[in-house]
Design a protein around this ligand. Structure first.
Ligand code: GSH
Length: 278
């Protein structure tokens, strides 16, 4: 049993002390969900191997009663296996592959594209000692100097927002991915938005984005983990003339997202698709 109800977490932080890594954010939410306190080992990108006594080059890592566990997925599985009487993170075996699929979609749709908009502030907000490493490693990852990568971001941000409609659609019908309560699917996705908040020096989403309700509830979880003062407001993106709509203001209901409760519920659609167009 975790001593003093506390688990040691090796964090990956910015100069402000806010967590940057989405993987570490997912682990923070997972530890909060299990009802544990965190003993945070602070630090940035430089010296991870030294801090962890050579155990890992990547974070998160946790230590629970002397036991080291690496990797955000393995940590979640460990917490469920070791503490089955506490709120479940993954539970049913279908949850992991579904979460991994949705998270991969979110990375391809938004996290990757947002990285091309925010990589300069990602570097600027990192610890001073990390600047050189972040500058060179992220330029290698993305294939150009950071200042060049972000050029034209004001033209890309509206479309990235528009592309999140599948997420909005699911959350219109479900309070959490976990149902009435969040589970590790919510944590994985919220972690990407917490990463966004840690680096966005200009807003990414409209103030009235329908995602706001789920995001606000998610950022408030477990004593307000997502309310660190070093995080930026992700809302406030303005639609300019010529921009795509930042989100769909009148989403259409059809077979996929419309519940069939009998002919009255499908009458309008039936009338439309059987209309005589001649
Ligand atoms: N599969 C690992 C990935 C961890 C990972 O790649 N962490 C990144 C932070 S986002 C890291 O530690 N990077 C150190 C570096 O870039 O030097 C997990 O889920 O925990």
């Amino acid at each position: 049993m975790a001593k003093n109800n506390t688990i040691t977490l090796y964090d990956l932080q910015l100069e402000s002390g806010a967590t940057i890594s989405p993987f570490v954010w997912a682990t923070k939410l997972a530890i909060g969900h299990k009802g544990f306190e965190m003993d945070i080992v602070p630090g940035g990108f430089t010296g991870i191997m030294d801090r962890t006594g050579g155990k890992t080059e990547r974070l998160p890592a946790i230590v629970d009663d002397g036991e080291w566990v690496l990797d955000s997925w393995l940590i979640a599985e460990y917490l469920d296996a070791k503490y089955p009487d506490r709120p479940t993170l993954i539970g049913d075996p279908s949850i992991k592959p579904c979460a991994q699929f949705i998270e991969s979609w979110l990375w391809a749709t938004a996290v990757g594209p947002w990285m091309t908009c925010y990589v300069k502030s990602y570097r600027d907000r990192s610890l001073k000692v990390d600047h050189e490493y972040v500058t060179s490693s992220r330029a290698n990852m993305l294939g150009a100097p950071l200042e060049e990568i972000i050029v034209g971001r004001e033209d890309r941000l509206p479309q990235i927002s528009a592309n999140l409609e599948l997420l909005r659609g699911t959350l219109r019908e479900n309070r959490w991915f976990g149902g009435d309560e969040p589970n590790y699917v919510d944590h994985r996705l919220l972690a990407c938005f917490l990463w966004l908040a840690s680096v966005c020096d200009t807003p990414a989403l409209a103030s009235d984005d329908p995602l706001r309700d789920w995001l606000d509830r998610g950022f408030d979880l477990y004593g307000g983990l997502g309310r660190h003062p070093g995080l930026s407001d992700i809302f406030g993106l303005e639609q300019r003339p010529g921009d795509p709509d930042l989100f769909d203001r009148s989403p259409r209901e059809f077979g996929l997202n419309k519940r069939n409760t009998g002919p009255a519920s499908t009458a309008e659609e039936t009338a439309r698709i059987t209309a005589d167009t001649n």
